[in-house]
Structure formats: C-alpha cells, structure tokens
Design a protein around this ligand. Structure first.
Ligand code: SF4
Length: 376
C-alpha cells in the first residue's frame, strides 16, 4: 500500500521560523490546482499497482483551498489511483481558516482528519512567531470541528519558544489535552538559516532558543502526554491508542509514497525524487507535460542509515535482528558496542531485541543514530 502527499504552497503570511516551500502571493492558486490535477494524471503509472491507504494535504496551508478544490483534487485522484481501501485523508489547517462555514463544507469532502497548526494558546508566542491566528481562534477551532463531525483531530504545538516558561508550557499542554484531540505533534522551535527568526536572533532582537529550557519542555511533554493517555509513538508525535497518523507512520516504516506539487518528495521503495521548489516553474513545466523533478537512487548505506534514524525515533525502536541482516558482522559488533555504552548512560533500553530510547535519549535521537551510521 502507498500514500499520496499533495503540497499546497500558499500561506497568508510567513511564520518567522518557517523554511518550508510556500508563497504568500496566492494569485497562482487556480493555476497551481490545475497543475496538481495534471501532475496526478501524468504520474498515475508510478504506483499503479499500489492501493492508496492515505492522502495527505500538506503545505503551506492547505486550508486556503476551497472545499470545492479539495473535492476536485480528490475526484482526480480517484480517477487515476486505486482508492478502494483508503483509510485516512488528512488536511493540514490553520485555526483562522477553520470557520464554522468552512468546516461545514469540508464535512462533505473525503477529509476525515485535520492536523491543525495551533502552535501555542498564548497570543504573545503567536505574535513572536508571526502566526496568522490568535489564541481565541486556537481554542475554538477544535471543539467546533468535532461538533461539526470531523472527529479525528491532531494539533501542533511548539515548545522552546523564547519567553515560554515551564509553567506557560504546562498550561499550553493542559489546554491542549483538555480538548477533544486524538493526536498531538510537538516540535522544538528551530532557528533555520535564511529565516526571519534567524535574522532576529543574529541581530540580537531575539535571544536564541535556550537548549536547557527546551529540554525541560520536552521532558514535561513526554511525562504529561503519557499521564494523559496520549503517549509518544515517535519523538515528535503522540496519540491515543490506535489514533497514530497512518500517513506519517508509513514514512517511518519505509512504505512508498507519491508527492505531488512544488517541493513535494516521493519514494518508490528504491528511488527518492523531489519536485522543483518554485510555483511558477512548476506550473510552467507541468503545462508542457514535463515533470519538474530530480531523482536519486538510494545506496545501501543511505537506506541503512535511514532505517536507523527513523526506527530509533519511534517507540517501537530499532530491531537488532533487522540491523544484523542489513550490515556485515564487523559493523554489527560496533553497533552492539555503541548500544551497550548508551544503555549504561541510560539513553536507551533493550527490550526483546529492540533498542528503545529513554526520555533522555530522545533528546539526542538524531545524534545517537548518527553514531551508528555506516559512513562510506
Ligand atoms: S503556515 Fe505553516 S507553512 Fe505557512 S509559513 Fe507558517 S509554518 Fe510555514
């Protein structure tokens, strides 16, 4: 089975921390949707034998699409792909777009899951990050979505924000967990190069993100969600039992996915490809029936390292048996020795053949994985 990701590259305004591909100029929205429909048709043979399990509208801000556009995109997918076993259709949405009228329209589309970019329930944080919504909209959008009948709701929260105390973060978490959500994604604020946030930090207008405070936020996040029955299943993702994101979980288990739209990535089990990160160039090329993408064949080392990285970030953990099958005896002995050292430092546990990071270990998930990588 496979998933389809659609990248909707428009936003009302630029959040200061964001380095995703998007444009705040929405003039090309109609052309972009037309190009997406065309790309969906052009690429139908790439995963023609696969049944599509999940469809994910990501961005950018997919909730800037009208319900009619969403339906039209979906109808085109249904025309070209096997959606007979489709389980999950997620729309990323921002609170300010989720008016009651829009939610009522969405209810009549195949969207059955919302991933809402709340980020914080505090106006000061939202302002600092230049989010387009306010705390009131953040609070009302979840119960209103559920009342209207879209009950599978995930929200995003950011921690580590400058000025967010441990007490403030606790309040944000308690507010989130009191809402009728089934899933939470939570990320540390990261100062990405070339962003407005990076400029504000380098000019001294804002302090940098404090790693120690962010680590305390993360520890509180793990403890609080566990106690609330919405435990972590991936380092940044938390769900009630059975409500894990099917789409994202398939990325982490190496399943195939087709990414449509500018900047979207695809993986067919062997090759990875990505579309050009320019709305204008994407629309132009697609109109000439040219796929504006680049492809790379994954080497054995890259596949191995990717397995280590994604597996270690999940609660299921890294299978030692599978790792052994994927590398030679010498490398496997090195990995076992590194794992033993990390276990002594209480960064991980070994449970029935699986290496699972502790809360302390999760803080260093990527660094630990990179120590186990094959370096060629
Ligand atoms: S709404 Fe999302 S994609 Fe758009 S600028 Fe903000 S974080 Fe980036």
């Amino acid at each position: 089975m496979a998933g389809i990701y659609l990248h909707i590259p428009f936003c009302k305004q630029a959040c200061f921390y964001c380095d995703f591909h998007f444009s705040v100029n929405q003039d090309k929205k109609t052309d972009l949707v037309a190009a997406l429909l065309q790309e969906a048709a052009m690429r139908k043979n790439e995963i023609e034998k696969e049944q599509i399990k999940t469809v994910y509208f990501g961005g950018g801000t997919p909730s800037l699409l009208s319900a009619d556009d969403i339906q039209r995109i979906f109808d085109t997918l249904a025309e070209h792909y096997d959606l007979s076993v489709l389980q999950e259709v997620t729309l990323e949405a921002n609170p300010d777009d989720l008016t009651v009228a829009y939610l009522r329209e969405l209810r009549h589309t195949p969207v059955n899951r919302l991933s809402i970019g709340i980020q914080s329930f505090r106006d000061s944080d939202l302002k600092l990050m230049n989010r387009a919504h306010d705390a009131k909209q953040a609070l009302r959008c979840v119960p209103e979505s559920v009342d209207i009948g879209i009950e599978n709701i995930s929200i995003d929260l950011i921690y580590g924000i400058q000025g967010l105390s441990l007490d403030d973060w606790n309040k944000n978490l308690q507010t989130a967990l009191a809402l009728p959500i089934s899933h939470l994604s939570s990320y540390c604020l990261t100062v990405e190069p070339q962003t407005k946030l990076a400029k504000l930090v380098s000019s001294g207008e804002l302090p940098n993100v404090n790693d120690d405070i962010a680590a305390s936020h993360f520890e509180m996040l793990i403890e609080t969600t566990e106690a609330a029955g919405i435990p972590w299943y991936e380092v940044s993702n938390f769900a009630k039992p059975g409500m894990e994101s099917k789409h994202n979980s398939s990325y982490w288990s190496g399943e195939k996915y087709l990414g449509l739209g500018p900047g979207a990535h695809s993986f067919d089990g062997v090759k990875r490809s990505w579309n050009i990160r320019s709305n204008t160039a994407y629309i132009q090329q697609i109109s000439k029936k040219v796929l504006p993408s680049e492809t790379e064949l994954l080497t054995h080392e890259e596949k191995f390292n990717e397995y280590l990285l994604t597996a270690l970030r999940t609660r299921r953990g890294l299978s030692l048996e599978k790792t052994k099958q994927l590398c030679d005896d010498l490398k496997f002995s090195e990995i076992k020795e590194t794992v033993r050292q990390k276990e002594q430092l209480a960064l991980l546990n070994i449970q029935s053949d699986h290496v699972i990071l502790t809360t302390k270990g999760l803080l260093f998930a990527d660094a630990i994985a990179s120590e186990l990588f094959i370096i060629s």
